[in-house]
Design a binder for this molecule. Sequence first.
Ligand SMILES: Nc1ncnc2c1ncn2[C@@H]1O[C@H](COP(=O)(O)OP(=O)(O)OP(=O)(O)O)[C@@H](O)[C@H]1O
Ligand SMILES: [Mg+2]
Length: 303
Amino acid sequence: MSPALLIDRLCKSYGTVTAVSDLDLRVEEGQIVGLLGPNGSGKTTTVECAYGLRKADSGTVRVFGLDARAEPGRVARLVGTQLQDSALPDRIKVGEAVHLFAALAHRPVDEAETLRRWGLADRRGAGFGSLSGGYRQRLLVALALVARPRLVFLDEMTTGLDPNARREVWDLVEEVRRGGTTVVLVTHFMDEAQRLCDRLAVLSRGRKIAEGTPTEIVNRYGGGTVVRFPVPPGQAVPRLGDLPGVQTVNHSDGRIEVRGHGPFLVALGHALTVAGLSRTPLDVASPSLEDAYVRLLRREVAP
Ligand SMILES: Nc1ncnc2c1ncn2[C@@H]1O[C@H](COP(=O)(O)OP(=O)(O)OP(=O)(O)O)[C@@H](O)[C@H]1O
Ligand SMILES: [Mg+2]
């Protein structure tokens, strides 16, 4: 079966600025795949090339096996998009916009149901220009889905949404996926990526620098789990550096900090128990996706 999206060695420059360089990306049908990366790293350019809005300098994009350049019309019918800089005329009303997009779709969703699900029913008569940032964003995401696309690109879909609205939109995106739609999600929010995405690709300066499930990225780049605990004065401390999975041990000001991977927590617990420290309060900090991301990018820009 063809993947929903297959990008092969995509390159795109704007004059002397290289926006995307030799990028490969494979998105299997039914997945939610996140594109992460700092500002200017090429995420929107990748999405725009994949959607056919921009012409790549080289490389290929296939959507469900179709060459996006050779068959733009067929590809467009399979794809929906909420682009980062999307906008509508200020005077178009919410209900009119949904109606317009539905009229252009081959097999549109129910308009009233869409307005209700996206919390827009009360604002159906409001002009786009009068909507707050969050409601504009909801409308643009809703419009991306009106034609029941098999693949949808959502570029910073929750930027500007309040915390509750973000969670509502996450639920809706999961529902969209349950309905069979594949999602490519560009986001700067690590909690969003962690919660929604099956896989992640991290871009930096137009190149893909990491890829994997959120858990894989955390394990690979998060720097390990850190355990801190106090040591009473005069207490003998076992040799912890030799335990399996331990990377570093630091001892200062009556506290020990052990950093490690994999099975080291069990080994550490056992060693402390044997040393008579079983009642010691342990402060355990596991790395988050944000920790991993920040470490990965620091490493990337380090000289
Ligand atoms: N239309 C354009 N003309 C010239 N340069 C552009 C254009 N669009 C993007 N760029 C440049 O291409 C590079 C990649 O931009 P892009 O918008 O793809 O990044 P991004 O990862 O989406 O960033 P952000 O997180 O800020 O949205 C940047 O250096 C940007 O300045
Ligand atoms: Mg962008």
